[in-house]
Design a protein around this ligand. Structure first.
Ligand code: PLP
Length: 428
């Protein structure tokens, strides 16, 4: 359940009408609901409650807005980060260092130094080379880096090939079969404290089966590593649980189902379990609010041209993501339409032949399930302003990222003194 509901015929986020936000901030704008985030945190915590001291490290990549991270940090969550920038954002938003897991397939020396300096719970290593680099960095700093390998269990999963991460051909982690040798090697390296294992097989998972298989393999690996003398006290099970977004499709497994599966498989591991949920926490806690510019006839269905575009919400163009699109003030009439943005790409299409609320120029619409991997991926392509973000909490709301306007984009460019143009070019 989320806290975007019709109130007196108009869609509201908690106690705040979306038309009020649009009138004040303009469109397009992302709107996030605190109550929805907190509800998702509570559901996951409840599902994991019987486990001793689990660490829920919110995957910052899903939505790195400081106000979002801070809300989750206040709810007790840690952070899963994949870059120096995310590490710094997590710390700035109040996440304690000992609740930060550093994932990411290409950590640099600079990022390693940053996290060692500021502290963290665990580096999830992605290769032996990376382990050797971290060992050298930690040794030079006189620090000890807590580590585990992210293993690739060769389990295909994920709502789309571009968000599958645990198949053998994917770039992530080390092959699970290579793990015993890799652990034997890092046990000899200075500056590293081997403490855990990690796995993350994909995102928007709609079945527990692949997770079940991956976790079962991880359990076998833990037993093998312990038998070889390694101390494995941490098992990071990643994120990936899908969220409901299309009422015509069966809902993904609930956090309660997920928790029961985890307890069945990992409950007896005698390890601290770490979770890295992203989409589950913030996906349905956000909408992208947009205004219809005009409706133009199409060969089959009309084109509803909205003022949000692929630069604001890239997911449909990137991985065919499906977003529910609704009128903020539905008239009750429905029709089939193509919903597109103004960017000069055919890929700037949010929906094709979609039965939806009938809308006309000037109407407000929302794209649902836009709290995760949405604003985080926005850009200024086509020299469009960077979309602002608003956080709602009950009756209160605030802009938590202002619109970055075109003046700021132009001001960021630098024209070198020596620039002479094409005066000597053959066509001049
Ligand atoms: N952990 C890692 C290492 C990831 O790469 C991701 C995202 O793909 C996540 C956690 C979060 O996944 P999700 O948002 O599907 O829970």
């Amino acid at each position: 359940m989320d806290h975007f509901q019709l109130k007196d015929g108009e869609l509201a986020c908690e106690e705040v009408g979306l038309a009020e936000i649009a009138a004040s901030v303009g469109t397009p704008v992302y709107v996030y609901s605190t109550a929805t985030m907190c509800r998702h945190v509570a559901a996951l915590c409840e599902a994991l409650e019987p486990l001793p001291d689990p660490l829920i490290a919110y995957a910052v990549k899903a939505n790195p807005n400081g106000a979002v991270i801070s809300t989750l940090a206040k709810a007790g969550l840690g952070a899963d980060v994949v870059s120096g920038g995310e590490y710094r954002r997590a710390r700035a938003a109040g996440v304690p260092a000992d609740k930060i897991v550093f994932s990411g397939v290409g950590k640099t020396e600079e990022e390693m130094r940053l996290a060692l300096e500021g502290g963290l719970y665990q580096f999830n290593l992605e290769s032996l080379d990376e382990a050797e680099m971290l060992s050298a960095v930690a040794k030079a700093m006189g620090r000890t880096a807590p580590v585990g390998f992210r293993v690739n269990p060769d389990v295909a999963a994920g709502g789309h090939s571009k968000i599958t991460t645990g198949a053998a051909e994917n770039k992530f982690g080390i092959a699970i079969g290579d793990a015993p040798g890799a652990y034997a090697r890092i046990a000899t390296l200075p500056g590293l404290m081997v403490q855990g294992v990690a796995v993350h097989i994909g995102s928007q998972l709609t079945s527990l089966d692949p997770l079940d298989r991956a976790f079962t393999r991880l359990g076998e690996l833990i037993a093998e590593l312990r038998a070889a003398g390694h101390t494995i006290g941490v098992a990071d099970l990643g994120g990936g649980l899908g969220v409901p977004h299309d009422p015509d499709h069966p809902a993904p497994p609930s956090p309660a189902d997920y928790g029961a599966m985890v307890r069945r498989i990992a409950g007896g591991w005698n390890a601290r379990l770490v979770f890295e949920p992203g989409r589950l926490i913030v996906g349905n806690a956000g909408v992208l609010l947009s205004r219809v510019i005009r409706v133009k006839p199409g060969a089959t269905d009309p084109f509803v041209i909205v003022d949000a575009a692929m630069n604001d919400l890239m997911r449909p163009a990137l991985y065919d993501a499906w977003h529910r699109i609704e009128a903020v003030r539905p008239s009750g009439n429905r029709r089939t339409a193509n919903v597109v943005g103004p960017v000069c790409e055919t890929g700037d299409t949010f929906a094709t032949a979609r039965p939806m609320d009938e809308v006309e120029a000037g109407d407000l619409v929302v794209f649902r399930t836009a709290g995760a991997y949405a604003a985080a991926m926005s850009s200024t392509y086509n020299s469009r302003p960077l979309t602002p973000e608003v956080l709602v909490d009950g009756k209160r709301w605030a802009i938590v990222r202002p619109r970055v306007d075109v003046d700021a984009l132009i001001a960021a460019d630098r024209i070198p003194d020596w620039l002479g143009g094409c005066a000597d070019s053959p066509s001049s």
